[in-house]
Design a protein around this ligand. Structure first.
Ligand code: PLP
Length: 505
């Protein structure tokens, strides 16, 4: 089979996909419409596709990419002298790490009980995922029924000893409105609680607009971290986002470090081990090519389309624009008499207590052709299981089409929102396979003397791994990383990796 034939097969696989160019897809893809951008991104991605961003000492180019993009984000989004950041694989990972950092910071204060995440009901589901993964309780913060902005008074009431992090959105994904960032961040700060701004979708648009109603970024007192996706309005291909933290300590708090295995000292700033450098390089190239002027022009055009769409929609009888859209998302609500049971249950599920059912989210400039069903938002969750028929749209109505048919969105009945169901999780985890592995002190020091990240130490590593594989032999002793070991690993890594300090360590 020739490479061309293989590629033809791939192209054929895409026949049923939504178009990623042409402005007809209203979610998932962010098409700049600029000729040349795709080719540039593809070439940059190809040049870095075999590079492993796990180790910037082996690939110093990666440290440069990361520093440049983190620096650009910090400059754009009100970063101060202490601001540092990290490139992640996407918005979800940026949000996860912000929560992890806050939890670690909370724990380090020696507080008793369980940490809590103060979450407006309109905050992205990635934060519920974070609470699930990192074991925080979610405190639902209501939003105003008309403006759909988080209610500061409700945050005030929940800022207690258990509060580990407050989240606000700039803007929120469901309604495209800006939470009262200044008010909430100030309250959080006076209670000593960190505040994260989720600007995943707005962070590379709002800085280029001149009609943003109020400050929302790291320049606002009390804001301690901010997430912004380059694979949205940074117009980079999928797989790259930025998490900024106001201090290096907050970034350090989401690192994982260990020297407690025979391979190499591990210093992972993100959830991944091996990290693809391709998306970073593509984002870097697109950013370098567009520059502030390019982004400003794209933001201006997209915002103008949003404003036109908002005006048009609000002139239609029976439609209402929800709140004040500040960026490029518009939510429409249907006015009129309350509808039947489905509307009721959806409203209950929404928990935002909107007075009208099923607000529609419309991203400006990306119109879905009439009759083109929106994809099932859960499809990705079912992954490549194959053979799963597309269900009718279960999410919010997009593009002003007919109200969704089929099942309502949201968690299964009887399940708590922040405890999602895992369809693929196998029964019986580690416990079923014989319980948690006994953790014993390491038989010898390993890794500490190795160059960080540069593979196994010359002796010990492979031999030890072999022992572990042998039948009847004890598993290689594994210790959780002690604070001292972690500090040593981090210090070694810092010394080796030191570049500008912005993006990497
Ligand atoms: C897209 C988005 C996320 C999650 O980002 P992914 O890149 O899809 O993981 C989080 N928050 C907001 C506001 C978003 O728009």
């Amino acid at each position: 089979m020739s490479p061309d034939e293989v590629l033809a097969e791939l192209t054929a696989l895409q026949a049923g996909d939504l178009p990623t160019h042409g402005g007809a897809t209203m979610a998932y893809v962010y098409d700049s419409g600029l000729s040349g951008l795709e080719e540039l991104a593809a070439a940059a991605q190809a040049a870095f596709q075999w590079t492993n961003a796990l180790d910037p000492t082996a690939f110093p180019s990666v440290a440069r990419l990361e520093n440049d993009l983190v620096g650009a984000a910090a400059r754009l989004l009100g970063g101060g002298p202490g601001t540092v950041g990290t490139l992640t694989s996407g918005g979800t990972e940026s949000c996860l790490l912000a929560v992890l950092s806050a939890r670690e910071t909370w724990r380090a204060r020696g507080r008793a009980g369980r940490p809590r995440l103060l979450l407006p009901v309109t905050a992205h589901a990635a934060f519920r995922k974070a609470a699930h993964l990192f074991d925080l309780d979610v405190v639902d913060v209501p939003v105003d029924p008309t403006s759909c902005r988080a209610v500061p008074a409700a945050v005030a009431g929940a800022l207690d000893e258990q509060a580990a992090l407050v989240v606000v959105s700039a803007p929120s994904y469901p309604h495209g409105v800006l939470d009262p960032v200044g008010e909430i961040a100030a309250m959080a700060a006076s209670a000593g609680v960190p505040c994260h701004v989720d600007a995943c979708i707005g962070g590379w648009i709002l800085p280029f607009l001149d009609d943003v109603p109020e400050p929302f970024d790291l320049s606002v007192d009390g804001v301690t971290s901010l997430s912004v996706d380059l694979h949205k309005y940074g117009y980079a291909p999928k797989g790259v986002s930025v998490l900024l933290t106001a201090t290096p300590e907050l970034r350090h708090a989401h690192w994982f470090t260990t020297a407690g295995w025979p391979g190499y000292p591990v210093v992972n700033p993100t959830l991944a081990g091996t990290r693809p450098a391709g998306p970073m390089a593509a984002a870097w190239a697109v950013h370098r090519w567009l520059g502030d002027d390019g982004y400003r022009e794209l933001a201006r055009r997209t915002r103008a389309a949003t404003v036109a769409l908002t005006a048009g929609a609000s002139a239609i009888e029976g439609l209402r624009v929800v709140g004040t859209p500040v960026a490029t998302l518009v939510a429409l609500a249907q006015e009129g008499p309350r509808r039947g049971r489905r509307a009721e249950s959806r409203r209950r599920d929404d928990r935002a207590r909107l007075d009208a059912a099923a607000p529609a989210v419309v991203r400006a400039g990306r119109r879905r052709p009439p009759g083109h069903a929106a994809p099932d938002r859960d499809r990705r969750d079912r992954g490549a299981s194959g053979g799963v028929a597309r269900r009718p749209h279960r999410g919010r109505m997009r593009g002003g089409g007919a109200p969704p048919a089929g099942r309502r969105p949201g968690p299964r009945r009887g399940r708590r929102d922040d405890r999602p169901h895992h369809p693929h999780r196998r029964r019986g985890g580690r416990a079923a396979r014989g319980g948690r592995r006994r953790e014993r002190p390491a038989a010898r020091a390993h890794g500490a003397g190795a160059r960080p990240g540069l593979g196994s130490p010359p002796t010990g590593g492979r031999a030890a791994a072999g022992r572990r594989a042998g039948p009847g032999l004890p598993a290689y002793p594994v210790t959780p990383c002690s604070r001292a070991q972690a500090a040593t690993a981090a210090a070694t890594a810092s010394a080796t990796r030191r570049s500008s300090g912005l993006g990497t360590m």
